[in-house]
Design a protein around this ligand. Structure first.
Ligand SMILES: [Zn+2]
Length: 253
C-alpha cells in the first residue's frame, strides 16, 4: 500500500475520533478508533489518549500478524499480552496501542470492515447497565435506526477488556453471522459501551450517532411507561426496500 493510503486512513481516523470525543461519547482515555491501512497493517488509537483531542502521534500502526495469533491461545499471561502489544508496533518509537487493540485487529480482518469505532456514550450505557440490553439490541424503534444500524445488533455480556473481550467478540460475531447470514453494524458490550464497524468512516459515524439517538429514545420511552418497538415485518421490509438501499448508498453505510 502506498504511503498515501496510510495518510488518508490516519486523517480520517483523527476526524472521526475528535467527533466522538467532542460529542462526549467518550471522556478522558475512553474509547478508541482504528482503520485498516493494508492487509498487514492497521492504525489504532494509543493507550490513554483522548478521542476528543487526538493528534497524529497518538495513532499507532500495528501488524495484524503479531496480534491475531493470540486469539487462538488458551491462556496468555498478562505480561506476554503487554509485550505482544508493544511488539506489534510497526515503529518501536510510537506510543503503546490501546488495550482494546486486539478486538480492533480482529474486526478489521472481516471482509468489508475497514474502520472500527468504539465509545462509551451515557445513553447507551444506561441501557447496557440495565436488564433491557437484549430488547435494545434485538428490536428497532424507528426506520432510520434500521437503515443506519441494521435490523439487529449483537449484544455481548460483560467481558474483561483486552484479549478476553476480543476472543469473546470473535466467537459471538461468528455465531451472529451463522444465525443472520451477515455481520452486525453495531456491537453492544454489556456494562461497557458500543462498537460500530463499516467500510468507511461515514458508516462507522452514522451507526454510532444513530445508536446514541436510539438509546436516548429508548430510555425516554421507558421513562414514559414503556418502549414500543416497530413490528418485525416492518423492520424486514425497510431492510429490504429499494429506496432504503438508495439512502444507504447515499449515506455510504
Ligand atoms: Zn471500551
Amino acid at each position: 500500500m502506498p504511503q498515501k493510503g496510510a495518510v488518508l486512513v490516519r486523517s480520517q481516523l483523527i476526524e472521526l475520533s475528535r467527533e466522538f470525543g467532542q460529542a462526549r461519547w467518550a471522556i478522558l482515555g475512553e474509547g478508541n478508533t482504528s482503520g485498516r491501512v493494508d492487509e498487514k497493517v492497521f492504525a489504532v488509537k494509543s493507550s490513554g489518549s483522548s478521542l476528543g483531542t487526538l493528534t497524529e502521534i497518538e495513532l499507532t500502526e500495528c501488524y495484524f500478524g503479531k496480534l491475531i495469533p493470540l486469539l487462538d491461545r488458551k491462556s496468555v499471561p498478562e505480561e506476554e499480552v503487554e509485550n505482544v502489544l508493544l511488539a506489534s508496533r510497526v515503529l518501536p518509537t510510537t506510543l503503546k496501542p490501546s488495550v482494546e487493540t486486539f478486538f480492533h485487529a480482529y474486526l478489521l480482518t472481516i471482509p468489508g470492515v475497514n474502520y472500527v469505532g468504539h465509545t462509551h456514550p451515557v445513553p447507551v450505557n444506561q441501557i447496557l447497565c440495565s436488564n433491557l440490553g437484549a430488547s435494545f439490541a434485538e428490536e428497532r424503534r424507528f426506520p432510520d435506526e434500521v437503515v443506519c444500524c441494521g435490523p439487529v445488533s449483537l449484544l455481548i455480556p460483560y467481558e474483561d477488556p483486552g484479549l478476553a473481550l476480543a476472543v469473546r467478540i470473535r466467537r459471538d460475531m461468528q455465531s451472529f453471522e451463522r444465525a443472520h447470514g451477515r455481520n452486525p453494524k453495531v456491537i453492544l458490550l454489556g456494562n461497557h459501551g458500543v462498537i460500530t464497524i463499516g467500510q468507511t468512516t461515514e458508516a462507522v459515524r452514522v451507526a454510532m450517532a444513530m445508536t446514541v439517538k436510539a438509546a436516548e429514545i429508548f430510555v425516554g420511552a421507558h421513562a414514559l411507561g414503556g418502549n414500543i418497538s416497530m413490528p418485525q415485518s416492518e423492520v424486514n421490509r425497510i431492510e429490504n426496500r429499494l429506496d432504503e438501499e438508495y439512502r444507504r448508498k447515499m449515506l455510504r453505510v
